[in-house]
Design a protein around this ligand. Sequence first.
Ligand code: ZN
Length: 351
Amino acid sequence: MPKAKYPPIFDGHNDTILEILRGRNFFEKSDKGHIDLPRAQKGGLGGGFFAVFVPSPRPMAGWPGLNSNPDGSYHIPLPDPLEHRYARDFATKALRKLFALETDSKGAVKIVRTADELAQCLDDGTFAMILHFEGVEAVDTNLDSLHVFYQAGLRSVGITWSRPNAFGYGVPFAFPLGPDTGPGLTDAGKALVKECNQLGIMIDLSHLNEKGFWDVAELSNAPLVATHSNAHALAATPRNLTDKQLDAVKESGGIVGINYHIGFLRKDGRSDQETSYAEIVRHAAYIADRIGIDHVGLGSDFDGATMPQDLKDAAGLPKLMDALKEHGFDKKALKKIAHGNWVRVLKKTWR
Ligand code: ZN
């Protein structure tokens, strides 16, 4: 096999499980969406966090699409909270599907549970999946099922997607707006942080509001992680991190996965199809300048967001690596961005 031009990319966030549940064959190349195994292999994508996101049972007002007002502003109302049992049943179905996919892959795909397994996969070309919950509605507030899901392979949770739940409050999809949009974690949310630390489950801060962010910063003994968020200074949506939040990520030894969603990249906040992947480099460079290259990773939001049209999908990733290289990131820095920083943070976080 020819030597790859770049180190394998490990990615902080995708919503591909939803597409698999809707019928995408992960082993066949498709023109739809962003990730399947052939496109991942073509683009040098070695794996990523696979999010279990539970869609609302009823259509969500204002979704999909981030339609801006003429001045570029928008504010989409948050969907109603999910019922726990509904979320638990959906998540269980999603996990069954993913376990079946792993079996069907005959060794080509592995759900990884330790940092050593992840490093091994990146080394030998096995596609690595980390089980992630985007919003923990599937977990009961006694946290009993957190232990069950952990045993099944769950290694990462975002306390909230944007809608509120029993554990905390997320940020709305809006522009321009800061992330300080509501109360901090509930008592159940605070207990969840402690339990995740104890078990060795990574906590993802993307989507959580600012008070919740600072609660986690205070309570957690693990590095702070935002798997798919950008710099608020460059794109003023609450899904992005303020400079103060970025500084806290650095201080904890954590990481920010750069999100490729066009609306979170652009200074004007518009979901404009003409957006280029050069905008991704702009955010990576800003965050590297502010808090250091050790804290920059990638967090595409593939299959959950609108990609820059010149990147298109996972097969386009070498173009992004070219652009990062052209910006001036050297070989060592590119390896850290591609996967090195993720592996370091997970080694520290998982037990
Ligand atoms: Zn998300």
